[in-house]
Design a protein around this ligand. Sequence first.
Ligand SMILES: Cc1ncc(COP(=O)(O)O)c(CNC2(C(=O)O)CC2)c1O
Length: 329
Amino acid sequence: MHPKIGALLAKFPRIELIPWETPIQYLPRISEMLGVEVYVKRDDLTGLGIGGNKVRKLEFLLGDALAKGADTIITMGAVHSNHAFVTALAAKKLGLDVVLVLRGKETLKGNYLLDKLMGIETRVYDVEKTPDLILYAEKVAKELEEQGKKPYIIPIGGASPVGTLGYVRMVGELSTQISSLGLKFDTIVDAVGSGGTLAGILLGLELTKLEVEPVGMAVGIFGEKMMQKVVDLARESAKLLGVSVELKEPRIYDYSFGAYGKIVREVAELIRLVGTKEGILLDPVYTGKAFYGLMDLAKKGELGERILFIHTGGMPGIFHYGEDMLRLL
Ligand SMILES: Cc1ncc(COP(=O)(O)O)c(CNC2(C(=O)O)CC2)c1O
């Protein structure tokens, strides 16, 4: 762990949910296809339940919830939400109650099937966008308070200054890994949904002075608001840490293929390619779109000679949308 990052984060309550460092893996056959070196940081292997990037954020978010005496966790997402399921599983593991406030159709596939299998309480609402759920989540919190419970609301994707510390810590872990491997990366690429992961990477790179350019691949329609959210989150986390930093806007590209959650043939083909070439499974909502963007830009020479992809998990999405993808292949 980078000493400066370790020292800064030591003052925040953190529950260890990831008992190891996630590995960095070279992708020889994808690298050969692209003519540049591609590595992947296996944050799909963070280990709690379905793993993924949210577990890093939850170490600090659930640490904060417990420090504040919470007994019930509320969070939000689409019914296919990786974040919602892994939050619920971590909360249950820590002996906390949990209510998931979700949007969409109750489909017993992927994460929603896991929610039900684990006996997690879900409230599903027919709203357009996940932020529309905030009001419902606040109502659930009020209802719980009237029952004498102490609820703690985790925002969509865990995208808050406290949650962002999870990816500041990831960069602290990464910096010692790459110096012992003697590797220097030109770019670090991740999927952008609620923006917290990229925000943490942005701040972590600034604090460690690691000379790697962060590049985001937005999987929802990307607009100026998203960029602002990433930079604001990084700034608020810096304030939380009590550090003043100069933060440059990262490059963020729109690889949503027109809409968040839209299942497209190009990504189904990409998932099959990476799966059969490297034995690594990507998902159709997040990491498949982000890796498509990585390959697209790498072919144009826009990501440098050595690229690190953060595999942020999302496996259940393959089972939620598997039939849709098969019909496209
Ligand atoms: C597998 C996977 N990879 C990347 C991301 C994007 O991370 P950020 O939300 O931190 O930008 C998600 C998010 N998922 C959300 C969810 O509800 O699951 C927050 C949107 C993800 O699940």
